[in-house]
Structures are given as structure tokens and as C-alpha cells.
Design a protein around this ligand. Structure first.
Ligand code: HEM
Length: 468
């Protein structure tokens, strides 16, 4: 009997403690001029709700507080910005103290010289070095031929197989980049690299807990191994003959044996290479996987896409690679890629951090706060994209949506994706060989998660057969 009396008392005390903690945390952040919003629990903030409810959490908060509200997410006081004009302002004004604000684990593991960790003039020359790798001339003579060669082999033996398209596209994104970076072919080094790289990626997405066995610790170890491998590659290049040093790959150019103006140090080259591998990995693989999914679910779109690629193949011999002109002519495929990226929301938004107290939209944002430039909602805005939940690539052909101010699928401002054309070229080439060689159906029963990342927890399995 006494136990029954105790229970309500305990519950009541717990309720009082909880509301006191919540209230205390709200008061802690009650500074003049902050945007409206709630801060949740001490330390944890509203992270659990954010991760559990995802986009619904953000929508609920917007309904209560408007498109610019404060919260406490992933360990940091954060302002969530959903207003397209303010988002543009934030992305365009890094110079005013709105620098990238990615989590510590990501910065630790990707390296001190990785592009998201550097600002000002260092960012400018590192970005310049990256952009010089993907000029139209480089695309024509180096990048496209390598991608073409890689995709032909990667997609060569899928007939009459059940393929986990998630694994295949992940492998594709990494190995294709390795080929472009250093001409590496699938072999023992690639295999070793792959294992370490997968650990590195997991580490960047984990909490920075430096204890044996944690993903962070493993990611950090994987970074060390990857750095060793890349350093060995650089040394091999240096010790080889002058002709062998000049190769038509990204490493050669970054080492300055090509026409690179600002000579990068070895550490900078290594962090650049890791940046290229990392930035293109999830974005390219997930967009490719989701394109396969949407094409499967929308046969009329697949029909149109296949027509575009069959027409390209018609005038060619089987061994002829895709040219720059043909890549540029893939207008419908490009539209399929944008529509996939929009509908699946491959990138929910980007993170910035304030380097000083500043005023935005009439509110004060204190120094060190994160700003989550949340672009997901724009993707489903019916004014920009009528019938927004339909997979309709034609909308990209009819309107010049790609040059629209609110087109942020590849970011915006000074940090806009320098790998956009490279990523699109990879996905276009993948789709080219996939739809001209194969038809496929889903095995079924696979789950797809949409938030915080788009992924199929147990893989996405398709049954593949020859198209001809
Ligand atoms: C479909 C493919 C891709 C998508 C959707 C995508 C998306 C994005 C987005 C949204 C940003 C902005 C990040 C920010 O503002 O903080 C970005 C930046 C970046 N992306 Fe991509 N990306 C893709 C492919 C690639 C590829 C293949 C590379 C390889 C070179 C790459 C390299 C980068 C780099 C280095 C940055 C940072 C730029 C800077 O800080 O100046 N991306 N990307």
C-alpha cells in the first residue's frame, strides 16, 4: 500500500525537477534580442526531439516561433533559419563572421587544413586549387574519360544478380574519386583504403568521445592510416622519373607538377584529397541510389531518360566513351538529378557559426552560436515546385530553376559546391551505363530512412537483368 502512495509522490517530484530544469535552461538563455524559441534540457537541449521527429520538429517550432528561431541542438545553442532571403544573406556573408560551423568530430577527423576549417585567404587559394581540377578542359581530357572507364567496369557484371544498390553506389563514389585523384585501380591498396575510409566517415558523424572502441576513436585512427597511404603516394611520385611525375590526375596537379599557381604543402594536399573524397562520397552515392529508386517508381521518367541515353549511344561504337558535348547534352538526366536531390533532400542544410555577436533579421546572435541554414523546406515549397511531392524532372526543363536565387541544392555564396559539375558528371555517367545496359526491379521489403540522412539501413536490393 505504501509503495502505491510512493509512486505518485515520486512522479510528482520528478515532474517538478524536470520543469525546474527546463525553466532554468530557458532563463540561462534569456538574453535581450535573441530570436524566439525553446532551449530544452540543460546540455542535451532539444537534440532528442530533433533527431526523433526530424523535419516535423522543425515544422512545429516554425509554426510556433516563425522561420528564424532558437534551439539547442547537437550540443550547441543554435538558430534555425528557414527564411530563403536570410539564408542567402548568411551564405553570402562569411566575411562578416559567418563561418562554417561543422561538428568537432568532423573537423578533427577531416584535418586542420580541410576546406571547411579554413577561412579568408587560405580558403580562397584552397578553393581555387580545387576549382582548377574541374575546369571544362580538365573535364574533357581527364575527368570524363576516367569516370567513363571506371563506370564501364563497375557496371560490367550485374546481369542476373541481386545487387545492393546502396553498397554499389557508395563503392562507386569512393573508387571513382580514387581513380581521378591518383589513377588508382581496384586492387589491394584500394581495398585497404576503402576499409579505412568507411571508418573515417562513421567517425565524422559520431560524438567526439576519445575512448577505445568509439566510432570517433576509430575514425581518428582511420584518418592516420589514410594520411600515411596518401603520404606514401606523394613520396612515390616525387621519387619517380620526371615524366612519371606528370600524370593526368588530381594529385599531380595539386603537387604543382602541373599548372597550379599557389604551391600547397604536403599536409594541405593530403587534406584536400581527403576533402574531395569525403565531400563527394555521400552526396554522389545517395543521389545515385535515390535516382535508381525514383526511376523504378516512375516508369514514364525512366522511359524518357533511357531515350536520351539510347540516342547518345546510337551514333557510337560500344567502346567509345562519353564526350563533354554528350555530357552537356544530357539535359533530362541533369533534371532527374536535381529532382532526385530535391525530393529526397540529400542535404538538409548547412551549418554556420558566428565569430562575433551579430545582428541578423533584427535579432542578436551571440558569438559562437551555430546557425542551421535549413534548406529542406524550400524543396517542398508549392510556389516554387507545384505539386511538390511528385517526382517531376520536367519542371527543371520548363523553368530556369537552376539559376533561381533559392536554388541551394549545392549550397550558395562563397562556399557553393566546387564539385557540382564533377558530381553531376559521375551520376550522369553511372545512369548512362545503368539504363542502357540493364532493367531492374526492387526485391522489396527494404526500409528507407529520410532523416537525418537518407539511407537504407539494411540496403536497397534490386534484381538486375540485361536490357537488350
Ligand atoms: C550530388 C553531389 C553533390 C552535392 C548535392 C553537394 C552539395 C554540397 C553543398 C550543399 C555544399 C555547401 C556546404 C556548405 O555551404 O557548408 C557543398 C560544398 C562542397 N562540396 Fe559538394 N556536393 C556534391 C558533390 C561534390 C563532389 C563530387 C565534390 C568533390 C570535389 C564536392 C566537394 C565539395 C567541397 C570541397 C565543398 C566545400 C566548399 C567550400 O567550403 O568552399 N562536392 N557541396
Amino acid at each position: 500500500m505504501a509503495a502505491f502512495m510512493l509512486l505518485p509522490c515520486l512522479a510528482l517530484s520528478l515532474l517538478c525537477i524536470c520543469s525546474a530544469l527546463l525553466r532554468w535552461n530557458e532563463l540561462k538563455y534569456r538574453m535581450k534580442g535573441l530570436p524566439p524559441g525553446t532551449m530544452g534540457w540543460p546540455v542535451f537541449g532539444e537534440t532528442t526531439d530533433f533527431l526523433k521527429l526530424g523535419p516535423c520538429f522543425i515544422k512545429n517550432q516554425r509554426a510556433r516561433y516563425g522561420s528564424f528561431f532558437k534551439s539547442h541542438l547537437l550540443g550547441c545553442p543554435t538558430v534555425v533559419s528557414m527564411d530563403p532571403d536570410i539564408n542567402r544573406y548568411i551564405l553570402m556573408n562569411e566575411g562578416k563572421g559567418l563561418v562554417p560551423g561543422y561538428p568537432q568530430s568532423m573537423l578533427d577527423i577531416l584535418g586542420r587544413r580541410n576546406i571547411a576549417a579554413v577561412h579568408g585567404s587560405t580558403h580562397k587559394y584552397m578553393r581555387g586549387a580545387l576549382l582548377s581540377l574541374v575546369t571544362p578542359a580538365k573535364l574533357r581530357h581527364q575527368v570524363l574519360p576516367k569516370i567513363d572507364q571506371f563506370m564501364r567496369t563497375h557496371l560490367s557484371d550485374w546481369n542476373r544478380k541481386i545487387v545492393n544498390i546502396q553498397d554499389k553506389t557508395k563503392e562507386m563514389a569512393l573508387l571513382s574519386s580514387l581513380k581521378q585523384i591518383a589513377g588508382l585501380e581496384c586492387g589491394s591498396m584500394c581495398e585497404e583504403f576503402k576499409q579505412e575510409f568507411f571508418k573515417l566517415v562513421l567517425g565524422t558523424l559520431s560524438l567526439p568521445i576519445d575512448l577505445p572502441g568509439t566510432s570517433y576513436k576509430n575514425g581518428f585512427k582511420a584518418r592516420k592510416n589514410i594520411v600515411d597511404m596518401l603520404r606514401r603516394l606523394i613520396q612515390q611520385r616525387r621519387s619517380s622519373s620526371a615524366e612519371e611525375q606528370i600524370q593526368d590526375d588530381m594529385l599531380s596537379q595539386l603537387m604543382g607538377t602541373a599548372e597550379n599557381k599557389h604551391q600547397l604543402t604536403d599536409d594541405e594536399i593530403i587534406d584536400q584529397l581527403i576533402t574531395i573524397l569525403y565531400s563527394g562520397y555521400e552526396t554522389v552515392s545517395t543521389t545515385s541510389m535515390m535516382a535508381v529508386k525514383y526511376l523504378h517508381d516512375n516508369p514514364h521518367v525512366l522511359h524518357e531518360l533511357r531515350k536520351e541515353h539510347m540516342e547518345i549511344r546510337e551514333g557510337k561504337r560500344p567502346e567509345d566513351p562519353i564526350t563533354l558535348e554528350e555530357f552537356k547534352s544530357m539535359r533530362f538526366t541533369r533534371a532527374v538529378i536535381f529532382e532526385t536531390s530535391r525530393l529526397a533532400t540529400i542535404v538538409n542544410g548547412v551549418l554556420r557559426k558566428t565569430t562575433r555577436d551579430m545582428e541578423i533579421n533584427g535579432f542578436v546572435i551571440p558569438e559562437g552560436w551555430r546557425i542551421y541554414v535549413y534548406t529542406r523546406e524550400i524543396n517542398y515549397d508549392p510556389k516554387l515546385y507545384p505539386d511538390p511531392m511528385a517526382f517531376n524532372p520536367w519542371r527543371w526543363l520548363e523553368n530556369s530553376l537552376e539559376s533561381h536565387n533559392y536554388f541551394l541544392l549545392f549550397g550558395g555564396g562563397t562556399r557553393q559546391c566546387p564539385g557540382k559539375e564533377l558530381g553531376i558528371a559521375e551520376i550522369c555517367t553511372f545512369l548512362h551505363y545503368f539504363v542502357t545496359r540493364y532493367r531492374w526491379e526492387e526485391v522489396g521489403g527494404d526500409k528507407l530512412m529520410k532523416f537525418p540522412r537518407v539511407e537504407a539501413p539494411n540496403g536497397l536490393h534490386i534484381r538486375v537483368s540485361s536490357y537488350c
